[in-house]
Design a protein around this ligand. Structure first.
Ligand SMILES: NC(=O)c1ccc[n+]([C@@H]2O[C@H](COP(=O)([O-])OP(=O)(O)OC[C@H]3O[C@@H](n4cnc5c(N)ncnc54)[C@H](O)[C@@H]3O)[C@@H](O)[C@H]2O)c1
Ligand SMILES: O=P(O)(O)OC[C@@H](O)[C@@H](O)[C@H](O)[C@H](O)CO
Length: 489
């Protein structure tokens, strides 16, 4: 069978974007949009893609950086399918394995933006990082500091060569968080004052919020074969996503500098990012994180299966409309309209979003995407919201394992096993406490402030309620417990 590079060719254009990350999300979101902007808006810009940690870039080399984004879903009431071969990836460099190649990208005079997605765990400062000119820092912000310094020196501090950082990591104030880390490196590494000033006054770190469900390469052999059959060629980098997309950039002033918004790829520029962020993180991501771990234990595999199951669906309805939406700071009407769209997206029959993919790093996700809502709900109503409380119990049940796998823990669902993926320190803590009696396990996990940023046993009644859920799940099964909870008013 043909390969994607037998049916298309890359188009060389000025590189305007340095992209840190080669993951499924960025490839189906940023490159998709830039390709459209090149085609329909004459943006005339390409992307230099950096693989932040891994040495692996063979798939890109093999395919001359070409790959296909396949959009599947409903649009304006009818079935929508789009297969687009992405042609805007100019080069792919592995930062750790070709550090000088990475730094050389800083010399490109057409560069304007740095877009990153290094997961919720990527924006951090590591005090063991050394300021060695030839050695990549461990973290993405460390590498970015090295990159900015190289650019500053190469262009002798020219103001028009400063860069705008547009991180898309789903954390609070991602632009501010990235800037803070970069300045920590500049200060700890005692870098020159003029460079610090150039980064501070000429570069910009702008917070942004992305939204598109991307499931990546198909998981089942049959689906892979069907996709290749439909395309007429093979593509190891094939990336499946929904048609919906939204990128909100928290600086109204950037609109002219970044003219990429089109009907197919909607980019909004605003000075009020927080309203968008709260709505999306609490409703969409909060619904995912509070539903999927229990639903997986209850026998479900995909988000679509949950939507089709009346018991899980009732949980979703009661938690989204009864517990989450009342805490969102916007009119109920607008929040409900957003939730209705999210439901339609979760029901998309063409995009199979695996619950186990969403389960990755659930401790940090629950902390960022559910805990603030739980606390606001308690403050509003004076009682524990039943489903968000249950969702913590479901997380603790999903994670409870003493069995180590390869970089993960191994959980049991009936006679089957599944992998639990999280930060190594988190898994080590779980593993050493999983064998305790339910109440002790719950207390140990909830009191571990490095998971949640605080000791959750201080929230009145929460540990007791979570323990009761855990015991009831063990007694009657997770599905029966969800059904029983749904009946309670
Ligand atoms: N998949 C989606 O539907 C979707 C939608 C919106 C946002 N996101 C965000 O995108 C992130 C990545 O999702 P994906 O589907 O592309 O996953 P992926 O596994 O395909 O890609 C993960 C990327 O993050 C990098 N990475 C991981 N840990 C890192 C670290 N500690 N430091 C530096 N780089 C690191 C990897 O090298 C890779 O580039 C998610 O965490 C999520 O916050 C995903
Ligand atoms: O991508 P993650 O792993 O951070 O979170 C899982 C999902 O909640 C997430 O991918 C959503 O589908 C996405 O945020 C939609 O824009």
């Amino acid at each position: 069978m043909k390969n994607v590079k037998d049916v298309s060719s890359r188009v060389s254009r000025p590189v305007k974007i340095l992209q840190i990350g080669e993951g499924n999300f960025l490839r189906a979101f940023i490159e998709y949009g830039i390709d459209i902007a090149n085609e329909t808006l004459d943006y005339n810009g390409n992307v230099a893609m950096v693989v932040p940690r891994s040495p692996k870039k063979e798939a890109f080399d093999k395919q001359d950086n070409l790959y296909t984004v396949c959009l599947r879903g409903q649009k304006n009431g009818s079935v929508y399918r789009e297969n687009r071969i992405i042609t805007c990836v100019e080069t792919v460099v592995s930062a750790n394995y070709d550090f000088s190649g990475f730094l050389r990208l800083a010399h490109m005079d057409t560069l304007e933006f740095v877009i990153s997605n290094t997961t919720d765990a990527g924006i951090l400062f590591d005090d063991t990082d050394q300021p060695l000119p030839d050695t990549p820092a461990n973290t993405f912000p460390g590498k970015l500091t090295q990159f900015l310094y190289e650019r500053y020196r190469f262009f002798k501090g020219a103001a028009d060569k400063a860069l705008t950082m547009l991180p898309v990591e789903l954390i609070d104030n991602n632009g501010e968080a990235l800037k803070t880390c970069v300045f920590q490196y500049i200060d700890v590494w005692q870098m020159e004052a003029d460079f610090r000033n150039w980064v501070d006054t000429k570069c910009a770190f702008v917070s942004t919020l992305v939204d598109r469900i991307v499931t990546g390469y198909p998981k089942e052999e049959e689906e892979i074969a069907a996709m290749y059959e439909e395309l007429g060629y093979e593509d190891e980098l094939l990336d499946i996503a929904e048609p919906f997309n939204s990128w909100v950039i928290g600086a109204a002033s950037l609109k002219e500098k970044f003219p990429v918004s089109s009907p197919q790829w909607q980019v909004e520029f605003t000075d009020d990012l927080e309203t968008y962020r709260e709505r999306k993180i609490r409703i969409l991501n909060g619904a995912h994180t509070s539903m999927v771990l229990g639903a997986y234990l209850a026998g479900k595999e995909y988000v679509g299966d949950c939507m089709a199951d009346p018991v899980i669906r009732r949980q979703l309805d009661q938690s989204v409309y009864g517990e989450i939406i009342p805490t969102v700071h916007m009119s109920r009407e607008k929040a409900e309209a957003f939730a209705a769209d999210v439901y339609e997206r979760f029901e998309n029959p063409f995009v199979k979003h695996a619950l186990l993919s969403i389960s990755l790093n659930s401790i940090a996700k629950w902390k960022g995407r559910v805990l603030p809502t739980l606390k606001d709900s308690i403050a509003q109503t004076g009682r524990l919201p039943k489903w968000l409380t249950y969702s913590l119990a479901a997380l603790l049940a999903f994670y409870r394992s003493e069995h180590k796998g390869d970089g993960c823990l191994i959980g049991n669902r009936g006679t089957a096993v599944y992998e639990i993926h999280d930060e190594p320190d988190n898994l080590a803590f779980v593993c050493t406490h999983a064998g305790l009696a339910a109440a002790d396990y719950v207390r140990a996990m909830m009191a571990h402030a490095s998971f949640w940023g605080e000791d959750l046993t201080r929230i009145a009644g929460l540990a007791e309620a979570v323990t009761a859920h855990l015991e009831r799940m063990a007694e009657i099964g997770v599905k029966a417990h969800i059904a029983e909870l749904g009946e309670q008013v």
